[in-house]
Design a protein around this ligand. Structure first.
Ligand SMILES: Cc1ncc(COP(=O)(O)O)c(C=O)c1O
Length: 374
């Protein structure tokens, strides 16, 4: 019998298709317009050097060792490279972490709004979804405590997509306490760990007693503007990682080999690269925040990542879906309807703006949005 999969295809990706159809500026899906020439050259060199065949399933040992070393220096996390796997993006890592470790009778707590991929992953394994709300960017710990039964999993994302929230040290400490008390686990998505404008990024795996309870996912996509290369990684402790490895092995065999070699070089980029990267997005964040605020959208200014989750101005009577569909068709600007970040209800007065595009594209998009809202 054919299985009945009970979730829709991604609204983020659908909006990209519509953006192409209507020749709209794509502020929906989070990807940049360009990659730095020096990074392109790393991949070109790698292909020319004939690194074009499968690597071992876990990924190049030398790359895994380099990432493990970085984790030790930057986050104080002591993990053997043997417990770190290179994946086809954070997306595959999240899927493999859930499929490999979450049993069908487990409870999985999801903080809403949530990045679109988490709910389908949990639905694929038929586990129970419990949602809790991030209201005005505040996580209600009592609510987490109440929904997190013994042996539950939490899907955590910091810096957070779509709100740009960066979870503080104290918040993560409190979350860790609940997870340990209930002998649960966390799958933490740190895709935007290097895109922080204010505050500091902390990995929950670095908190006392949490390395055994965390599966941490990282990505090269956003930090190096290479979302199409499909390169990410995942690490954790033995049993959890054995389960991830088994799924990864049969799902993809390995991440793209030439890009793994290129990643070796990327990890040697100087500190200045990361500073310039953040600075260039800060300019875009400030620009778009000012523009949409003047149009009546309300939102928290993001501390990290490259999204703004904004409430529609009161004078707009249509819901998120109607607004986004009309906007892409008639104004040539693609956004993501807020309800895409919720399992059942919620978000229908919100839209997500991505400011991953170049400043000239953002300026053009804002001009179109202003004209449309006049
Ligand atoms: C929070 C979050 N996690 C994961 C991903 C997917 O990342 P990757 O390209 O590494 O698969 C994205 C992409 O937008 C994201 O926003």
């Amino acid at each position: 019998m054919i299985r009945n999969i009970n979730f829709q295809s991604s609204m983020i990706r659908k909006m990209t298709v519509l953006a192409e159809k209507y020749n709209a500026i794509n502020l929906a899906q989070g990807f940049p317009e360009h990659t730095k020439t020096e990074i392109i050259n790393m991949a070109v060199r790698s292909i020319r050097d004939d690194h074009n065949q499968y690597t071992v399933t876990d990924g190049l040992p030398i790359l895994r060792k380099k990432i493990a070393e970085k984790l030790k220096v930057e986050r104080g996390i002591d993990i053997s490279y043997e417990n770190l796997i290179i994946t086809c993006g954070a997306s595959e890592a999240i899927m493999a972490a859930v499929i490999g470790n979450v049993s069908s009778n487990a409870n999985v707590v999801i903080i809403e709004p949530a990045y679109e991929n988490y709910i389908p992953a949990v639905k694929l394994v038929n586990a129970n979804i419990k949602t809790i709300a991030l209201t005005h960017n505040i996580l209600n710990l009592k609510e987490l405590e109440n929904s997190f039964s013994v042996g539950s999993f939490l899907m955590l994302n910091t810096p957070h997509n779509p709100t740009g929230k960066v979870f503080s040290y104290d918040e993560l400490s409190n979350i860790a306490k609940i997870i340990k008390e209930r002998e649960g686990y966390v799958i933490v998505d740190e895709t935007y760990e290097y895109l922080i404008y204010s505050k500091k990024h902390y990995s929950i795996a670095s908190f006392d007693g949490m390395l055994e309870r965390a599966i941490t996912v990282g990505s090269f996509s956003k930090t190096y503007s290479i979302t199409g290369w499909r390169l990410g990684y995942v690490y954790g402790k033995d049993k959890l990682m054995n389960n991830v490895r088994n799924v990864h092995d049969y799902l993809t065999i390995c991440a793209p080999a030439p890009f793994q070699y290129a990643a070796l070089e990327m990890l040697d980029l100087p500190e200045k690269y990361y500073k310039d990267f953040v600075e260039s997005y800060k300019i875009r964040r400030n620009f778009i925040s000012k523009e949409i605020k003047s149009l009546g959208f309300t939102f928290n200014i993001p501390d990290g990542a490259y999204y703004i989750f904004a409430e529609l101005p009161k004078r707009i009577k249509s819901n998120d879906m109607e607004f986004c569909m009309d906007l892409v068709k008639n104004a040539g600007v693609a956004l993501v309807p807020g309800s895409s970040f919720y399992n059942l209800d919620g978000g229908n007065r919100f839209v997500r703006f991505s400011f991953s595009k170049e400043i000239y594209s953002l300026k053009k998009a804002m001009k179109r949005l202003k004209a449309y809202l006049k």
